[in-house]
Design a protein around this ligand. Structure first.
Ligand code: NAP
Length: 561
C-alpha cells in the first residue's frame, strides 16, 4: 500500500511560488476537499487549485497513523459516492477499516481521478482576504503563493487541530512526545520502551490497545471513563460486499435521509433483532438484559440503538451504564481497576468508543491504569509525568488529548471578509453561520464540515458530499444568473445559530464536558458546534436551495460591477 500521494513535479517540495487565478480554491485534501475537487473540476468544468498542508492527501487519515488507528463507521458506509464506478470497484477487507487501508483508498481516489495535478501539497494556507471591488478572494500560503479565486471552499476538517493541554515542563521532558493526531510517517519504535498515553477517548483507547502489545510498560492516564463497547470487527466477505454494491443507490438514498447519515437497517452486518423500537423502561429486566447482551455481542454502535431512549431518559441511560459496568467487572480481573473504568456520566454524553481487546489489556502485568481525575497530572519533568502523588518515568509520552474541534482549523487561518473583518473576531463569542456553510460578512467562502453543520455527529463522508453538492448547486445558480456573490442574511444566520444551540442544549451532549460544545478546551467559548440530525439538516438545505437561496443575500450584478 502506498502511504501517500505521489508528488507531481509541481508539488515537489522545492517548487517555485505561484501567482495564479482560479475559479475555485479548495483548502484541504481530506474527503471533503477531494469530493469538492471532483465536483468543481470534473463535473462542472471550473478551474480549481486544491491546497494541502500535509505531504499527502487524506486529512485526518493522513495524520492519524498511530498504532491501532481504525474507523468506527462501518467500511461499507464510509466511502465516497460521487462515482458509481468507484462504489463498485473498491472492496474493503474488514467491517471496520484500519487507517492504512483508508489511506490506500484515498490514494486510489486521487490517482483514479487524476487529482494530484491540481493539488499543491506541503503548502499551508496562511490567509484569505475578500476584495470587495473585484468580488474575489486573495489566498496566500506559507510557500509565498498568491491565488485569486472567485470562490473558496474551506475543507479543513472538523477534528484536525490537535489539542494538548499546556502543562508546565513540556519542554523539559527529554524523551519522545507524540500526539495521535500528528503521528510521524517514519516508524516509531515503542518496543521495550516505557510509554505513557494521556487520554482515553477513541484515539487513546485504540492506541493503548496496540501499544500494550509492544511496550515494556504502558501507563494509561484516564481522567474520565468513557463508554467503550466491542467493535466486533471481522473480515468482510465478497458476498456481503456484493450484496451492498448491488443495491448501492437505494442504500445511499437511505443513508442520506437518516439522522446520522448512515443506516443500521441496510447492511448484512445489522442485527435484525435489535430494533431499537422500544423504551428501556417498558420491558422487564430479563428482556432488557437480553437485548443489551445481543447488542454488545453484535458490536459496533448497536448498543446505542438497542432502545429508543438511552440518549433521552435518565433511568434508561442508567440501565446502559449498569450493563456496561457488569461487563467490565467480568473482563477486568482487578476489581479496583475495573471500578475505575466504569463510566459514571450519562450514557452517550461523550462519543461511544469501539474497542477490540481494550479492557483485557488491564489484565496484563505491563499495563497500569492511572486515575488522572483523583490524582491529576501536574507537570512534565525531564523523566516523565508528575501527578499530585507520583512521578511516572517514561521514554515516550503519547498525547491522545483530542482536538480544538470544528473552529480550530478555521481560526488559525487569517480569514478576512468585508471591511477587513476577521473570522476569528466574528466568532469571538462562538461561531456564527448559516447552515454551517456560510458566514455573514464573508461572501463566496464556503465551509465543508464547518461548525453548526452535522458533519462531526454524522457519517462525515456522506455529510461532506451532501454539503459539496449544495455548495456546487449554489455556485452554479450564482453563475447562471450572473450574480457575483452570496452570503447569509444576518437574521437567518441568527436563527440558525439559535436552532443549533437549542438542539444542543436539549440533548444529552451538553450534560458533560466534550468537544461537541467546546468544553474540552479551557477558555473556548461555549456554544454548541454541531447541528443534531443530519436528515433534518439535509431537508433544511434542500428547502433553501429550492427557494432560490432564501435567507441569503444574493448581490446584484450591476451594483458590484
Ligand atoms: P477526545 O475524545 O476529545 O479525548 C481526549 C482525551 O484526552 C479524553 O480522555 C480527555 O479526558 C483527555 N484529556 C484531555 N485533557 C486532559 C487533561 N488535562 N488531563 C487528562 N486527560 C485529559 O479525543 P480523541 O480520542 O482524539 O477523539 C476525538 C474524536 O475524533 C472522537 O470523538 C471521534 O469523533 C474522532 N475519532 C474517531 C476515531 C474512530 O473512528 N475510531 C478514532 C479517533 C478519533 P476527559 O474525557 O476527562 O476530557
Amino acid at each position: 500500500m502506498t502511504d501517500q500521494v505521489k508528488l507531481s513535479p509541481d508539488s515537489a517540495k522545492d517548487r517555485p511560488a505561484e501567482r495564479e487565478t482560479f475559479d475555485v480554491v479548495i483548502v484541504g485534501a481530506g474527503f471533503g476537499g477531494l469530493a469538492a475537487l471532483h465536483k468543481f473540476r470534473d463535473e462542472l468544468g471550473y478551474s480549481v487549485r486544491l491546497i494541502e498542508a500535509a505531504s499527502g492527501a487524506g486529512g485526518v487519515w493522513y495524520w492519524n497513523g498511530y498504532p491501532g488507528a481504525r474507523c468506527d463507521v462501518e467500511s461499507l458506509q464510509y466511502a465516497l459516492a460521487f462515482s458509481p464506478e468507484l462504489t463498485q470497484e473498491w472492496s474493503w477487507t474488514e467491517r471496520f477499516s484500519a487507517q492504512p487501508e483508508i489511506l490506500a483508498y484515498v490514494n486510489h481516489v486521487v490517482e483514479r481521478f487524476d487529482m494530484a495535478r491540481d493539488m499543491r501539497l506541503d503548502t499551508r494556507v496562511t490567509s484569505a482576504s475578500y476584495d470587495e471591488t473585484s468580488a474575489n478572494w486573495i489566498i496566500k500560503t506559507d510557500r509565498g503563493d498568491q491565488y485569486d479565486a472567485r470562490y473558496v471552499i474551506m475543507a479543513t476538517g472538523p477534528l484536525s487541530t490537535p489539542y494538548m493541554p499546556a502543562w508546565p515542563g513540556l519542554d523539559d521532558f527529554k524523551g519522545e512526545i507524540h500526539h495521535t493526531g500528528l503521528w510521524p510517517h517514519e516508524p516509531v519504535d515503542l518496543s521495550d520502551k516505557r510509554v505513557a498515553i494521556v487520554g482515553t477517548g477513541s484515539s487513546g483507547v485504540q492506541a493503548a490497545t496496540a501499544v500494550s502489545q509492544e511496550a515494556e510498560h504502558l501507563f494509561v492516564f484516564q481522567r474520565t471513563p468513557h463508554h467503550i463497547v466491542p467493535a466486533t470487527n471481522r473480515p468482510l466477505d465478497g458476498d456481503e460486499q456484493n450484496a451492498v454494491k448491488a443495491r448501492y443507490p437505494e442504500l445511499y438514498a437511505n443513508w442520506t435521509s437518516s439522522p446520522a447519515g448512515m443506516s443500521w437497517r441496510s447492511l448484512p452486518t445489522d442485527d435484525p433483532v435489535v430494533t431499537g423500537d422500544k423504551s428501556a423502561l417498558e420491558v422487564g429486566d430479563e428482556e432488557r438484559q437480553a437485548t443489551f447482551e445481543r447488542a454488545w455481542n453484535y458490536g459496533g454502535t448497536t448498543l446505542h440503538r438497542s432502545f429508543n431512549d438511552l440518549l433521552i431518559d435518565e433511568r434508561a441511560s442508567q440501565y446502559a451504564n449498569e450493563f456496561i459496568a457488569g461487563k467490565i467487572a467480568t473482563l477486568v480481573k482487578d476489581p479496583e481497576t475495573a471500578a475505575l473504568l466504569v463510566p459514571t456520566q450519562y450514557y452517550g454524553t461523550k462519543r461511544l468508543i469501539l474497542e477490540t481487546g481494550y479492557y483485557e489489556i488491564f489484565n496484563q502485568p505491563n499495563v497500569t491504569l492511572v486515575d488522572a481525575k483523583s490524582d491529576p497530572i501536574e507537570c512534565l519533568t525531564a523523566k516523565g509525568i508528575r501527578t499530585g502523588s507520583t512521578d511516572y518515568d517514561v521514554d515516550v509520552i503519547i498525547f491522545a488529548t483530542g482536538y480544538d474541534a470544528l473552529t480550530g482549523s478555521l481560526n488559525r487561518i487569517d480569514i478576512r471578509g468585508r471591511d477587513g473583518m476577521t473570522l476569528a473576531d466574528a466568532w469571538r463569542d462562538g461561531p456564527q453561520s448559516h447552515l454551517g456553510i456560510m458566514v455573514s460578512g464573508f461572501p463566496n467562502i464556503f465551509l465543508i464540515s464547518g461548525p453548526q453543520s452535522p458533519s462531526a455527529l454524522a457519517n462525515v463522508i456522506v455529510a461532506n458530499e451532501q454539503q459539496v453538492n449544495w455548495v456546487s448547486d449554489a455556485v452554479r445558480y450564482l453563475d447562471d444568473h450572473d450574480i457575483p456573490a452570496m452570503e447569509p442574511e444576518t437574521e437567518a444566520q441568527a436563527k440558525w445559530v439559535e436552532e443549533v444551540n437549542a438542539r444542543g442544549m436539549a440533548s444529552i451532549y451538553t450534560k458533560g464536558a466534550n468537544w461537541y460544545w467546546g468544553a474540552n478546551i479551557n477558555g473556548k467559548s461555549p456554544s454548541f458546534l454541531c447541528f443534531i440530525n443530519f436528515a433534518d439538516y439535509k431537508a433544511a438545505c434542500d428547502e433553501i436551495a429550492s427557494t432560490h437561496y432564501s435567507g441569503f443575500v444574493l448581490a446584484d450584478a450591476k451594483q458590484s460591477a
